[in-house]
Design a protein around this ligand. Structure first.
Ligand code: BGC
Length: 747
C-alpha cells in the first residue's frame, strides 16, 4: 500500500469515515481505492468472532474457538514462555478466521478483588502484568495478527465504568497503573492499544491528550494504532485531537460527519486527522500482509490449554502431603460438587468464548484412576444456589464412605461478569455449609476452587487439608485438575494477587468503587502486597505464594553492582536446588526495597522473576539483571524516574512473605536537589546543599535572633516558609546572597 499516495487520493469524507468502524467489528473499507476493511474482535483468552450465520448479535453466537485459561489463571503461571505459546495459538486461530486484531491482553491492575473483570486481568503487580502481557502480545503478533493491549488506563472497576473518573496522582499512575502498558509497548510493540471507557483525572481516557499522545507516543515511542473501547468515545473530535485513531464500533456516519465539520470550520487541523487516517491505513496494510489459509489444530490447542491450566493452578495448602493422590492406590475418592461435572471455566461478557469442547474434572479423574481407585460422585449443591438438604445429605454419605474427599467449590457465574463488580469475597453459603458438613464426616478433604477473582478463604480453609486454586481454567481446566490431583503435573502456579484475610483489609476498601462519578485512588502506590507489607498485616495467602509437591532450597546469593546512575546494573545470582522427591518448577522472585529515600516507598517491590524446572537433587544457577529503572521511583516534582544513591535491599524468595536470601547493595547516583523558592520551608532550605549554608550564614547575622544557636527554635521554624521568616525578621535577615542564589537558580 502506498499510504502517502492514498492519503492524497482520499476525500475528506472518506478520511473521516475511516476513523470509525463500518460495523460492530470491522473498519471501514474504501472500495473506490481498493482499501479493504479489517476485523478486530475479542480476546483475550480465546477468539470470540461473531458467527456470521447468527441472526442477531449475541455474546453466545460466536464461532467455536479454544477457550484458554482466563488471565487470572495465566497470570498465576508466572511463565512468559507459556503465554508466548498461548499467544501463538490465539494468533493462529485469529488468522484462520480472518481476524486482523485480537482484543487483548487485559493488563489493568487488580486494585480491588471486587473488580468484576479481574478474571480478565493478570495481576496486582505491574511487573507480572507487564512481562506476561508482553509475552502474549509477542505470541499473537508472531503470527501476523495484531494484539490490543487494554484498557488504557486506570480501568480498575466495572461500576460506573463509562463515566467514573479515576483520581490518581501521577507517581501512582506511573509506578502502578501505567507501568505494565509501558513495558509492553516498549518491548513488544503491540499493533494497537485500546483506550478505556473511564476518565482519568477528569478526562475520558479515549480523549486524553496526555495519556494518548504525550505518554504513549512521545515518551514510550508507541507507533501503532489507538482504538477506543467499544462505545468509549463521547466527542470524536476531541478524541482524534487527543491521539485516538479509530473509534469502534460503527456510529453509522455520525462521528465522521462531526469530524468533517470540525475540519471545515477549522476546529480540527486536517493534518491531525490525516495522522489518524495514516495509522488506520498502516493497520489495514499490516493485516493485509498476514499469511492466509492458516489451518488450526484444535486438538493441539486443547492440549496446550490443558497444560496452561495445570501450570496456572496454585496449590494454596497441602497439609501432611495429602496431595498428590496416588491413582494406583486401592481407595475410594468421593468427588463432590456440581463444578466437578459442570465446570466454571471462563467469565461472562465480551471475553466469552464458544469452546471447541469442554473437559470436566470428574471424567478426567475417572479416566486417570487406576483399577483399584474408586471414584464416587455427588453434586452436593445446585448451581442455582438454592439450599438443597437432600444433595448435602447424599454428599455427606459419600464422604463418610470415602478415604479422601475432593470438593469442588467456586463462585457462581453471575458474580463474575463484565459490567458489574462483586459485592463480597465470599463463596456461596450453601457451598460453605456443604464443606462444613463434609469435613465433619471425613477429615481428608481437598478443596478445588473455580473462580476468577480471589475468594475469602480464612473462614473455612481449616476444614480442608489441601486447597487447590484452579481459577477459571479454560475448556481443558478439568483435565488439568486431574493431572494435578494425581501428581501427573506438579503444581507450579503462584498467586499474582494477594488473598486478604478479609475484604476490609484491602487497601482500596474505603475508596471502591467511589460515588457520583469519582473514585479516588487514595491508597496511592500501596496496592496489594505493597500495602499489606507496609502495614505488616496478616494475609490469608501472600502474593507470590504457591506450593509444590517438591521442595526447593535457595543458596549462594551473590550480588554485584556495575556502573552508576542511569547506567547502573545490579547482577543477582543464586543457586536453586530441588531438594524434594519429584521434578518441579519453582518461581524465583526478586524483590527490591529502598529503605532510605526522600519519598515514601513500599517495603519491597517485585522487580524480576524466573520459573525454573529441576529434577530431584538438581541444582541450577539463576541470574537476574536489575537496571536503574528497577531501583527508581517516579519523582512527582521532577516529573521523571529518579534513582537516589544509597543502600538497596535485594530479597530473593518463593513469595513476598517467604524471602529466603537477602543482600544489601550500595548504588551511586547523581544527587538531585529540587530548585528552591522563598515559599519552601526553612527545613527544606537547611537540607539543601547550597541553600542550607546560605541560610545558616544569613540567620547568624540576624540581630538578637536565637535561631542560629537554639535547636529548639530551629525545630519550631522548620516548617515556616522562608518568605515568612524574612517578613517576621522585619528587615533584620540579610537576604542578599539568598536572592542572588535564587536568581542564579532560575537563570
Ligand atoms: C470491553 C472490551 C472489549 C470490547 C469489544 C468492551 O465492552 O470493555 O474489553 O474488547 O467490548 O467487545
Amino acid at each position: 500500500m502506498d499510504i502517502s499516495k492514498i492519503l492524497t487520493d482520499l476525500t475528506l469524507a472518506e478520511k473521516a469515515a475511516l476513523l470509525s468502524g463500518s460495523r460492530a467489528w470491522d473498519t471501514a473499507p474504501v472500495e473506490r481505492l481498493g482499501i479493504p476493511s479489517v476485523m478486530l474482535t475479542d480476546g483475550p483468552h480465546g477468539l470470540r468472532k461473531q458467527d456470521p450465520a447468527a441472526e442477531r448479535f449475541s455474546l453466545h453466537a460466536s464461532v467455536p474457538a479454544t477457550c484458554f485459561p482466563t488471565a487470572a489463571a495465566l497470570g498465576s503461571s508466572w511463565d512468559p514462555d507459556l503465554l508466548l505459546r498461548v499467544g501463538q495459538a490465539l494468533g493462529d486461530e485469529s488468522l484462520a478466521e480472518g481476524v486482523a486484531v485480537l482484543l487483548g491482553p487485559g493488563v489493568n491492575i487488580k486494585r480491588s478483588p471486587l473488580c468484576g473483570r479481574n478474571f480478565e486481568y493478570l495481576s496486582e503487580d505491574p511487573v507480572v502484568s507487564g512481562h506476561l502481557g508482553a509475552a502474549l502480545v509477542r505470541g499473537v503478533q508472531s503470527r501476523g495478527v495484531g494484539a490490543s493491549v487494554k484498557h488504557f488506563a486506570a480501568n480498575n472497576q466495572e461500576t460506573d465504568r463509562m463515566r467514573v473518573s479515576a483520581q490518581v496522582d501521577e507517581r501512582t499512575l506511573r509506578e502502578i497503573y501505567l507501568a505494565a502498558f509501558e513495558h509492553i509497548v516498549t518491548v513488544a510493540q503491540p499493533w494497537t492499544v485500546m483506550a478505556a471507557y473511564n476518565k482519568v483525572n477528569g478526562v475520558h481516557a479515549a480523549q486524553h491528550p496526555w495519556l494518548l499522545t504525550e505518554v504513549l507516543r512521545e515518551e514510550w515511542g508507541f507507533d501503532g494504532l489507538v482504538v477506543s473501547d467499544w462505545g468509549a468515545v463521547s466527542d470524536p473530535v476531541a478524541a482524534v485531537a487527543a491521539g485516538l485513531d479509530l473509534e469502534m464500533p460503527t456510529t453509522n456516519g455520525t462521528s465522521a460527519a462531526r469530524l468533517v465539520e470540525a475540519v471545515e470550520t477549522g476546529r480540527l487541523d486536517e493534518a491531525v486527522l490525516d495522522r489518524a487516517v495514516r495509522r488506520v491505513l498502516e493497520l489495514v496494510d499490516r493485516a493485509a500482509r498476514a499469511r492466509t489459509g492458516a489451518v488450526v489444530d484444535f486438538e493441539r490447542h486443547h492440549a496446550l490449554a490443558r497444560r496452561a491450566a495445570a501450570e496456572s493452578a496454585v496449590l494454596l495448602k497441602n497439609e501432611r502431603g495429602i496431595l498428590p493422590l496416588d491413582p494406583g492406590a486401592d481407595m475410594t475418592v468421593a468427588v463432590i460438587g456440581e463444578f466437578a461435572r459442570t465446570p466454571r471455566f471462563q467469565g461472562a461478557g465480551s471475553s466469552l468464548v464458544t469452546p471447541t469442547r469442554v473437559d470436566n474434572a470428574l471424567d478426567a479423574l475417572i479416566e486417570a484412576a487406576g483399577p483399584h481407585l474408586k471414584v464416587t460422585y455427588s453434586p452436593g449443591f445446585a448451581l442455582s444456589g438454592a439450599e438443597d438438604g437432600a444433595l448435602r445429605a447424599e454428599a455427606v454419605a459419600a464422604a463418610t464412605a470415602a478415604d479422601v474427599v475432593v470438593v469442588f467449590l467456586g463462585l457462581p457465574e453471575g458474580e463474575e461478569t463484565e459490567g458489574t463488580d462483586r459485592e463480597h469475597l465470599g463463596l456461596p453459603g450453601t457451598q460453605l455449609r456443604l464443606l462444613e458438613a463434609v469435613a465433619r464426616a471425613n477429615r481428608s478433604v481437598v478443596v478445588v476452587l473455580a473462580n476468577g477473582g480471589v475468594v475469602e478463604t480464612a473462614s473455612w480453609d481449616h476444614r480442608a487439608r489441601a486447597v487447590l486454586e484452579a481459577w477459571l481454567g479454560g475448556q481443558a481446566g478439568g483435565g488439568a485438575v486431574a493431572d494435578l490431583l494425581f501428581g501427573r503435573v506438579n503444581p507450579s502456579g503462584r498467586l499474582a494477587e494477594t488473598i486478604p484475610v478479609r475484604l476490609q483489609d484491602n487497601p482500596s476498601y474505603l475508596d471502591f468503587p467511589g460515588s457520583e462519578g469519582i473514585v479516588s485512588y487514595g491508597e496511592r502506590l500501596y496496592v496489594g502486597y505493597r500495602y499489606y507489607d507496609a502495614k505488616g498485616l496478616e494475609v490469608a495467602y501472600p502474593f507470590g505464594h504457591g506450593l509444590s509437591y517438591t521442595t526447593f532450597a535457595y543458596s549462594d546469593l551473590d550480588t554485584a553492582v556495575e556502573g552508576q546512575g542511569d547506567d547502573v546494573v545490579v547482577r543477582v545470582r543464586l543457586t536453586l536446588t530441588n531438594t524434594g522427591p519429584v521434578r518441579g518448577r519453582e518461581v524465583v522472585q526478586v524483590y527490591v526495597g529502598d529503605p532510605v529515600c526522600s519519598v515514601d516507598r513500599p517495603v519491597r517491590e517485585l522487580r524480576a522473576f524466573a520459573k525454573v524446572g529441576l529434577v530431584p537433587g538438581e541444582s541450577a544457577p539463576v541470574e537476574f539483571e536489575l537496571r536503574a529503572r528497577d531501583l527508581s521511583f517516579f519523582h512527582p516534582a521532577r516529573g521523571r524516574w529518579t534513582l537516589e544513591s544509597g543502600d538497596f535491599e535485594i530479597a530473593v524468595g518463593a513469595s513476598s512473605r517467604d524471602l529466603r536470601l537477602t543482600a544489601s547493595v550500595a548504588v551511586e547516583a547523581p544527587a538531585y536537589a529540587a530548585p528552591l523558592t522563598l515559599e519552601d520551608p526553612v527545613g527544606q532550605w537547611l537540607g539543601h546543599p547550597e541553600g542550607g549554608p546560605l541560610l545558616r550564614e544569613a540567620v547568624q547575622t540576624m540581630e538578637g535572633s536565637g535561631i542560629a544557636h537554639d535547636p529548639d527554635i530551629l525545630r519550631m521554624v522548620e516548617a515556616l516558609p522562608l518568605s515568612r521568616l524574612v517578613a517576621m525578621g522585619g528587615g533584620r535577615l540579610d537576604t542578599t546572597r539568598i536572592d542572588s542564589f535564587l536568581t542564579g537558580q532560575s537563570a
